[in-house]
Write a protein that binds this ligand. Structure first.
Ligand code: ZN
Length: 120
């Protein structure tokens, strides 16, 4: 029985092996159909979540998350929540357009963001 393409929701027959190892020392491979292989070879963006498991699907096209392109913390705002910070995140939607979102952070959320950045 032929393997199916590893790209999420693709039901085509897998035809080619691709290296999805990234910076890993262990070579990790996925099998993709000829159409998705051609897209990858043409530079199409893809994401594979190696934290999930070895059978996690490759994400391409509309299934890709937006790409965070910049972040900026703006400090010292007064609001009904007290003295807060604002987090501005700019992202590329993946279709050539970009947008941004601004979050007002509670002190607890600001501390969470601070701790999160230590894990990167
Ligand atoms: Zn495919």
């Amino acid at each position: 029985m032929a393997a199916t393409c590893n790209v999420l929701r693709c039901t085509s027959e897998g035809a080619e092996i691709v290296d999805v190892s990234g910076e890993h020392q262990l070579r990790l491979e996925a099998i993709v159909c000829t159409e998705h292989k051609a897209n990858m070879d043409a530079g199409a963006r893809w994401v594979w979540d190696d934290q999930m498991d070895a059978r996690a699907p490759l994400l391409m096209g509309e299934d890709l998350p937006p790409v965070l392109t910049s972040s900026r913390m703006e400090v010292s705002h007064m609001s009904s929540l007290g003295r807060t910070k604002m987090l501005r995140l700019e992202f590329d939607r993946g279709d050539g357009t970009s947008d941004y979102v601004i979050f007002e952070l509670t002190p607890e959320a600001a501390e969470g963001i601070k701790n999160l950045s230590r894990t990167m």
